[in-house]
Design a binder for this molecule. Structure first.
Ligand SMILES: *[C@@H]1O[C@H](CO)[C@@H](O)[C@H](O)[C@H]1NC(C)=O
Length: 352
């Protein structure tokens, strides 16, 4: 059989190369070069106290009048983070008094910093690089891969990462939107001793968050003796960083993570160590501030309904994320409530 002329091979490999380039341009557009629209400027209402506005000093970073918000930033959840920021600003009566503290991996902090300032030119914020290698050795695999991302554990290190002058912080996950004024959440009373405040769920089966190994070992299960322990979700927390530092809670959480590496005492990722250290000793927050579980369970991401009662914050915790379901044209009914905060610039990679 005669061999085809060599230039046929040439055409074929050129075609494959083009195909590869096309596929590559699609995937890189999806993950690394997301473009976001610019959000409008949001103004304080006349009743707001004005906080210092000099960006070059630490005065505003440290202002007690400001509402300090901590979030993580990474490429995978960036679209969610941007929507969350937008929602916080939109529902705040004193948006100029909000200072954002973003934790991101060291390698991507420059890119993410410019993405945020392009989309929110007036935002008061700092980006803190997080050395992921410091925590990656502590992570044991959980039931859902996304929970094992090192940045998921950054909330445990806020007291070390943020300036010492920041006393109170509202920590927010990236898969949520607020529909109420964050200042109300930030003003949650912590009483004389509580280190953190979060909505508690005493109807949830607390036993199920830890393994039989944990419960059958008295020296471990006695941790909860005499404590009125209830489940809380670590995606929305008001934290007193001063009390956190004084009690060295970062070390206490790390110690449980080290134990988990040696014997499996829980199944989820960053949440159970928080329960071990704080459950039963937290200040309560109204359930309206964390309508969680909208992403469905950790396995299938089924659609969920709201819990009864008023809503100040919608949280798509669980496997399904609204932006993924919207892109796939398979949204859950409540995903329509996230969509108005989506600032992603629709791209047409083939035409550019
Ligand atoms: C709570 O969870 C544990 C372990 O998963 C289970 O054995 C127990 O039956 C559950 N209790 C209730 C009241 O559902």
């Amino acid at each position: 059989m005669p061999r085809p002329p060599p230039h046929h091979h040439h055409h074929l490999s050129l075609f494959i190369l083009l195909l590869l380039l096309l596929v590559l341009s699609f995937t890189s557009n999806a993950t690394t070069t997301q473009q976001f629209r610019e959000a409008p400027k949001f103004y304080n209402s006349p009743t707001c106290t004005s906080i210092p506005t000099i960006i070059t000093t630490t005065t505003e970073l440290c202002s007690d009048e400001a509402v300090h918000v901590a979030m993580t930033l990474d490429a995978t959840y960036l679209r969610g983070s941007v929507a969350a920021i937008f929602s916080v600003l939109q529902h705040s009566s004193c948006p100029e008094n909000i200072v954002f503290h973003f934790v991101s991996s060291s390698s991507s902090s420059d890119v993410l910093r410019s993405t945020i300032s392009n989309s929110f030119p007036y935002l008061k914020f700092r980006v803190y690089p997080f050395d992921e290698s410091a925590v990656s050795g502590l992570i044991s695999t959980s039931i859902r891969a996304a929970l094992d991302c090192p940045l998921n554990y950054a909330r445990n290190y806020l007291a070390n990462l943020l300036p010492i002058c920041v006393r109170r912080i509202v920590y927010l996950d990236s898969d949520l939107v607020l529909v109420d004024d964050i200042a109300k959440l930030a003003a949650t009373p912590l009483g004389d001793r509580a280190v953190l405040a979060a909505p508690e769920y005493c109807n949830a089966n607390f036993t199920s968050y830890f393994t039989p190994t944990f419960w059958s070992n008295p020296s471990l299960s006695l941790t909860f003796a005499g404590r009125d322990s209830c489940y809380f979700n670590t995606g929305v927390m008001v934290i007193d960083l001063q009390r956190w530092r004084d009690g060295d809670y970062t070390t206490k959480i790390v110690e449980w993570m080290e134990l988990q590496k040696r014997m499996r005492i829980y199944e989820l990722g960053s949440l159970p160590p928080f329960l071990l250290v704080f459950a039963g000793n937290i200040a309560p927050v109204d359930h309206r501030w964390n309508q969680h579980g909208l992403g469905g369970d950790n396995f299938r991401g089924l659609c969920r309904d709201l819990h009864p009662g008023p809503v100040s914050l919608l949280h798509w915790s669980g496997k399904g994320k609204p932006w993924v379901r919207l892109d796939a044209s398979r949204p859950c009914p409540l995903d329509a409530l996230w969509a108005p905060y989506d600032l992603l610039q629709t791209q047409f990679p083939l035409e550019s």
